[in-house]
Design a protein around this ligand. Structure first.
Ligand SMILES: [Zn+2]
Length: 317
């Protein structure tokens, strides 16, 4: 069965999901192009070509250099003009086709080992065109069958959460995470006033208002300002991002750009962490932490995300 590729309007443009970059001989999503750019593995001047049949339209990856993301800013591909695409290109000429299948998004808890490999050195003669036209694709990476979206950074999933919330379909939109399929509605949980002692076994995307500061060691320390409930008290969870984890993180330039900007603006933020709340079993006074060793599992945003959440029709969970 032919499945039409995803076509959406975005900021008035036809947003295209995937492109081929001859520099890496790789077919990739705009999200991956964004990560490669921020991992210093793809230049701002990289070439992106349409994946459509017989089409070599040059695409732009919008928002590639913007560290922040919100409901108006996210990476996507687009062409300068619709006429850039070949007549045979199904990416932009397949409107009104069959409805795309609803596949769950997939959040991978671990990246493949070679995920941030440098571009392979271009030695294959096929990558140099014989006809003086645009570079040819050397791998069989064309075709537009819709693939499930795979995400590695929690930030990408938060982005989808915000979009589904805006579209009011959090209960239907599914996501595969940690080997289980759930809905965005069930996965994202606000810490506020929840009974933490009953939830220490619950891995979810916990979120809430928080404040952030830099530590002397070169890491970051976050404190939720909205608390969990515990007996008669309230517990504000904390998260430490260790300097050594940040140094080892491929997309650290993006993470630091975001966090330092928030600190410059006063440190108020909204944090999302895929983790279980942790409490000590026999400490004098109870406290809660989220341990985030894999920095792909945390997303920290400015408080304007609260307006985005508020302006959607759903009640915070
Ligand atoms: Zn095309």
């Amino acid at each position: 069965m032919y499945i039409a590729p995803t076509i959406r309007e975005w900021n008035g443009y036809v947003a295209i999901d995937e492109a081929i970059t001859p520099e890496r001989d790789e077919r990739l999503s705009a999200e991956r192009a964004y990560e490669l750019y921020w991992a210093d593995l793809l230049g701002a001047d990289a070439t992106f070509l349409c994946v459509g049949q017989g089409c070599e339209a040059h695409l732009i990856c919008a928002c590639l250099e913007k560290p922040e993301q919100n409901l108006r800013i996210r990476p996507y591909f687009r062409s300068r003009r619709l006429e850039d695409h070949a007549a045979t290109c199904e990416v932009v000429h397949a409107r009104g086709g069959e409805k795309e299948e609803n596949k769950p998004d997939v959040f991978e808890a671990q990246r493949p080992a070679d995920h941030f490999r440098a571009a392979p050195s271009v030695t294959a003669p096929a990558s140099v065109s014989h006809d003086g036209l645009a570079p040819r694709r050397t791998s069989g990476v064309t075709g537009t069958a819709k693939r499930a979206s795979h995400y590695y950074r929690l930030s990408s999933l938060v982005q989808k959460f915000l979009e589904h919330r805006r579209d009011d379909d959090l209960d239907e939109a599914s996501v595969e995470i940690g080997g289980e399929t759930t809905t965005y509605a069930a996965l994202f949980r606000n810490v506020y006033r929840q009974k933490v002692a009953e939830l220490t076994g619950t891995r979810a995307v916990w979120w809430g208002k928080a404040s952030i500061r830099a530590t002397k060691e070169g890491g970051y320390f976050l404190t939720f300002s909205r608390p969990f409930r515990h007996d008669d008290t309230e517990l504000r969870p904390t998260i430490t991002l260790a300097a050594k984890d940040i140094e080892a993180y491929a997309v650290r330039r993006l993470l630091k750009a975001r966090l330092d900007k928030l600190i410059d603006e006063g440190g108020r933020c909204v944090v999302f962490a895929w983790a279980k709340p942790w409490m000590p079993t026999n400490a004098e006074s109870a406290f809660v932490r989220f341990y985030v060793n894999n920095l792909d599992h945390i997303d920290v945003r400015g408080t304007e995300v609260l307006d985005e959440l508020k302006n959607t029709s759903r009640v915070a969970r």
